[in-house]
Design a protein around this ligand. Structure first.
Ligand SMILES: [Ca+2]
Ligand SMILES: [Ca+2]
Ligand SMILES: [Ca+2]
Length: 716
C-alpha cells in the first residue's frame, strides 16, 4: 500500500484532522470531480496547481482565461487547500486530484485591503460554474449584507442547488476587529433560506486542537445551525503567489473561515468521486450527519453539526442492504455454512457482490467473508490437545438381546475420534443402542444419541462413513444426534435390511437453526462363500433447511429442503488374515428454495464418493488389528447454484444479475487413514489413528492436514 503519511501531507495538520488519509487509502482523491473556486482567480504560474487547473477556468470581468491570473493571493490560497498537487513538493490539497475551475469574480480594483466582489459578478460566476459542469462550488467570500431573495445572487445559488451542485460558503471572520460573532454573517445566512436549505454548507473554522477560532463566526441558535459545520482554519499551509513580495516560496500560512471552506468543498469532491450517483443535497446531508461532534453534545450554537470527518462520510450510513432473489430488501447479515461436498465456486461468485446504504451508495458486500468453513476441518495442533479420551461402555448380551450403553468425557470442545466433533460444552455424553433378535431370522436394532447415523460405516472409521453416506454431510456442521433404526431379515444366501433414521445437527455456535434430516433405504446382501459378500443399497434422504449440508441465515436464507436419492454398491472379501471392504456411492439431490435470500435456484446436484478398507488380523491372537483406509469423500461432480447479486450500476440504479456458481469440485479430497488397535486383557483397548487429508473438504487452496489420534477405552 502507498504510504500517504508523507512530509507533504504532514505540512498541513488539517489533512489529518479531517481523516483524509482513510479516503486516500481507499484510492480517493477527488479525481474526475470539478470544484469551482469563485474567488480572486489563481496563480497560473503556481506549479503545485497547474496540473489540476481546468481549461474552463475564467475571469468573469474580461471573459478570458488569461484574466484568471490572481493579483492578490486569496484565490490561490483557497485553491491550494482544495487541490494542490501531490507531487512531493510544497503541500498537497485535501482532494489532490480534483479538477480546479478558477472563476475570478472580483471587480479588478485595488486589493490592498482585500478584494471586493459585486454580487452580480459572483452570481455570474456561480452560473458559469454550474453550466460548465462543476459539482462543487467554493465560496470563501463574506459580507454583512444579507442576500436578498429574488436577487441575481439568490437565484444563482438556488439554481446551483437545484442543479445538484454542492455549495460551501464561509461563515465569516467576525467583526472589524476579527472577533467571531455568535452567528454566520449575512452572506452565509442565505444557506438557511427555504429555497436552498440542505444544499449549502456554512463553514466555520477551528484550530489545531479542534477548538473554535477567535475569529470564526459561530453556528448560532437559528436555522443556520442545521447546515453549519467546522473545519481547520487556523495556521493553514497552502500554495502562495509565486511572485509574492511577502513570500517568494511556494507556500504560505493563512487563517480564516476562507481556509476552512475549501476543506469541506474538497471533501464533497471526494464523496462525489466515490459515489457519483449522490445528489448534491444527499452529499450535503452526508457531510453534515457524519461530522464529528464537538462542544456541547449534539448540534450546538458554536460548532453546529461538528467537525468535518471524511473517513466517516465515505462509510455506509445505517445498515447495508441487498435485494433478495424474490425482490425484497434484505439486510446484509447472516452466515453461510458451506458444504464440504461442494468446491469453492460459491465463494468465488460472491466476491463481486455489492450492497447499498440508505443513500443507495454501493459498498462491497464481501459475502465470501460470511462463509463459515465446515466443522469437519481439524488441524494437527488442534487435535494434539485432545489426543486421548476415556471411553467406558457396558454391553449386556442375554437371551438374544444386546444392550449397549456408553459414556464418555467429551472434553470442552471436540471429541477426539477421527472426524467426530462435539458441540457440547463438556461433561458426559451417553449413547444407547440395542439389538434384538425377534426370531432367529429377524433382528431389530436401534441407536440413539450422538452415535446414531454412524452405523453406516463399513469399518470403525468415520472417514469411511463420510465417503459413502449422504447423511454424513450434515454431521460436518457439528455433532448430530437422533435415532437410527434397522429391521433385518436374515436369509441363507444373504440378508434384507430396512433402515430409517432421523437426525438433527447440533451446531457448535447455535447461531443457525439446526437443519434436520430423515431418510430410509433398503439394503440387499448376498453372501458369496466364506467371508465374502456383495451389498446393494438404495434410499432417499430428506433434508430440512439444507441441501447436502449447505445452509445459511440472513442473506443466505431460503434453502427450504432437499431430497437426495442414492445408490450404494459395496462388498467385502477375506483372503487369509487380510480383509478388503469397499463401497461406492452416487447420489442426485434436488433442492427446493424460497427466494428470501440471494439464492435463486439450484440445479440437480450429482455427487459420488468411495472408500476402501484393508484390515490385517494376523496378530489377532496377540490382540493386534491393523488397518488402512483410502477414501474420496462425497463430492459434487456436476451442479450449479444461481445467485441474485448486484454487481454494478446501470441508469443510476443497482444492476442485479443472475450469477451462476459452479458447485462441482475441481480437486477432490483424498484421505488416507492408518489405524492400529490393541485389545488387552480385562477389556482395555488402545487405538491409534493416523489421518492424512489432501485438499481437505474438497478445497484445492487449503493446506493438507495430518493428525494422530489415540483412543483409550475400557469396559466397566
Ligand atoms: Ca504541477
Ligand atoms: Ca505539492
Ligand atoms: Ca456539538
Amino acid at each position: 500500500m502507498v504510504d500517504y503519511n508523507t512530509p507533504e501531507y504532514r505540512r498541513n495538520y488539517g489533512l489529518a484532522a479531517v481523516n483524509s488519509i482513510t479516503a486516500y487509502e481507499a484510492g480517493l482523491s477527488g479525481q474526475g470531480v470539478t470544484v469551482a473556486v469563485v474567488d480572486t482567480g489563481i496563480d497560473l504560474k503556481q506549479e503545485d496547481l497547474d496540473a489540476n487547473l481546468s481549461p474552463l477556468s475564467i475571469d468573469i470581468t474580461s471573459n478570458t482565461f488569461e484574466g484568471v491570473q490572481d493579483p492578490y493571493g486569496h484565490g490561490t490560497w483557497v485553491a491550494g487547500i482544495v487541490a494542490a498537487e501531490k507531487n512531493d513538493s510544497g503541500m498537497h490539497g485535501v482532494a489532490f486530484n480534483a479538477t480546479l475551475m478558477a472563476v475570478r469574480a472580483d471587480n479588478h480594483s485595488d486589493c490592498t485591503d482585500g478584494c471586493t466582489f459585486a454580487d452580480n459578478d459572483v452570481a455570474r460566476g456561480i452560473n458559469y460554474a454550474v453550466n460548465k459542469g462543476a459539482r462543487v462550488i467554493n465560496l470563501s467570500l463574506g459580507s454583512d449584507q444579507q442576500i436578498i431573495p429574488g436577487s441575481l445572487l439568490a437565484d444563482a445559488l438556488t439554481n446551483a442547488v437545484d442543479a445538484g451542485v454542492v455549495v460551501v460558503v464561509a461563515a465569516g471572520n467576525g467583526d472589524d476587529a476579527m472577533v467571531g460573532q455568535s452567528r454566520p454573517d449575512g452572506f452565509a445566512r442565505f444557506a438557511a433560506d427555504a429555497a436552498v436549505k440542505g444544499g449549502i454548507i456554512i463553514a466555520g473554522a477551528v484550530d489545531s486542537s479542534n477548538t473554535i477560532t477567535t475569529f470564526s463566526n459561530k453556528a448560532g441558535s437559528g436555522e443556520e445551525q442545521d447546515v453549519y459545520m467546522v473545519a481547520p482554519g487556523q495556521s493553514i499551509t497552502t500554495t502562495d503567489l509565486t511572485e509574492s513580495d511577502i513570500n517568494r516560496g511556494k507556500t504560505t500560512v493563512i487563517y480564516g473561515t476562507s481556509a476552512a471552506t475549501p476543506y469541506i468543498a474538497a471533501a464533497a469532491a471526494i464523496l462525489l468521486e466515490k459515489f457519483p450517483n449522490l445528489t448534491g443535497r444527499e452529499a450535503v446531508e452526508i457531510l453534515l450527519n457524519s461530522a464529528k461532534d464537538l462542544g456541547a453534545a449534539g448540534a450546538d450554537a458554536v460548532y453546529g453539526q461538528g467537525l468535518l470527518d471524511i473517513a466517516a462520510a465515505i462509510q455506509p450510513s445505517g445498515t447495508l442492504e441487498m435485494t433478495s432473489a424474490g425482490g425484497k430488501s434484505l439486510a446484509l447479515e447472516g452466515a453461510l455454512l458451506a458444504s464440504p461436498a461442494m468446491g469453492g465456486g460459491l465463494a468465488q461468485t460472491m466476491g463481486r457482490a455489492l450492497a447499498f446504504d440508505a443513500y443507495e451508495r454501493a459498498y462491497n458486500a464481501d459475502l465470501s467473508s460470511r462463509i463459515e468453513e465446515p466443522a469437519s476441518r481439524f488441524t494437527l495442533a488442534e487435535a494434539a490437545g485432545r489426543m486421548t479420551r476415556l471411553h467406558s461402555s457396558l454391553d449386556v448380551e442375554r437371551y438374544g438381546l444386546r444392550l449397549g450403553i456408553s459414556a464418555r468425557d467429551t472434553g470442552r470442545q471436540h471429541a477426539a475420534t477421527s472426524l467426530e466433533r462435539h458441540a457440547r460444552d463438556g461433561g458426559l455424553d451417553a449413547d444407547m443402542s440395542f439389538e434384538a433378535s425377534v426370531t432367529p431370522r429377524l433382528s431389530v436394532s436401534m441407536q440413539s444419541g450422538s452415535t446414531a447415523g454412524h452405523t453406516a460405516a463399513t469399518g470403525e472409521m468415520a472417514l469411511t462413513a463420510r465417503a459413502v453416506d449422504p447423511a454424513s454431510q450434515l454431521s460436518t456442521q457439528g455433532e448430530r444426534a437422533g435415532m437410527t433404526f434397522a429391521l433385518t431379515r436374515h436369509l441363507d444366501v444373504g440378508a434384507v435390511a430396512f433402515t430409517g433414521e432421523r437426525l438433527q445437527a447440533e451446531r457448535m455456535d447455535r447461531s443457525l437453526e439446526a437443519p434436520r434430516q430423515s431418510g430410509g433405504g433398503v439394503t440387499l446382501r448376498r453372501w458369496l462363500g466364506a467371508g465374502a459378500h456383495l451389498d446393494i443399497e438404495g434410499g432417499r434422504m430428506f433434508e430440512t433447511g439444507s441441501t447436502l449440508g449447505l445452509t445459511g441465515t440472513g442473506v443466505f436464507s431460503g434453502i427450504e429442503r432437499a431430497t437426495t436419492d442414492y445408490l450404494k454398491l459395496g462388498g467385502g472379501i477375506a483372503m487369509g488374515t487380510l480383509r478388503l471392504d469397499g463401497a461406492w456411492m452416487a447420489s442426485r439431490t434436488e433442492t427446493t428454495l424460497d427466494e428470501s435470500g440471494v439464492f435463486a435456484g439450484f440445479s440437480t446436484l450429482k455427487a459420488d464418493g468411495w472408500a476402501l478398507t484393508l484390515t490385517d488380523s494376523r496378530f489377532a491372537a496377540q490382540g493386534h488389528l491393523f488397518g488402512l483406509h483410502v477414501t474420496q469423500p462425497l463430492a459434487v461432480t456436476a451442479g450449479t447454484a444461481t445467485l441474485h447479486l448486484a454487481t454494478g450500476w446501470r441508469d443510476d440504479a443497482p444492476l442485479y444479475t443472475r450469477q451462476v456458481a459452479d458447485l462441482s469440485v475441481a480437486e477432490r479430497e483424498t484421505s488416507l487413514e492408518l489405524f492400529h488397535r490393541y485389545e488387552a486383557a480385562g477389556g482395555l483397548s488402545l487405538q491409534t489413528n493416523f489421518i492424512y487429508r489432501r485438499n481437505p473438504d474438497n478445497l484445492a487452496g487449503v493446506a493438507d492436514e495430518a493428525a494422530v489420534f489415540l483412543h483409550l477405552a475400557t469396559a466397566l
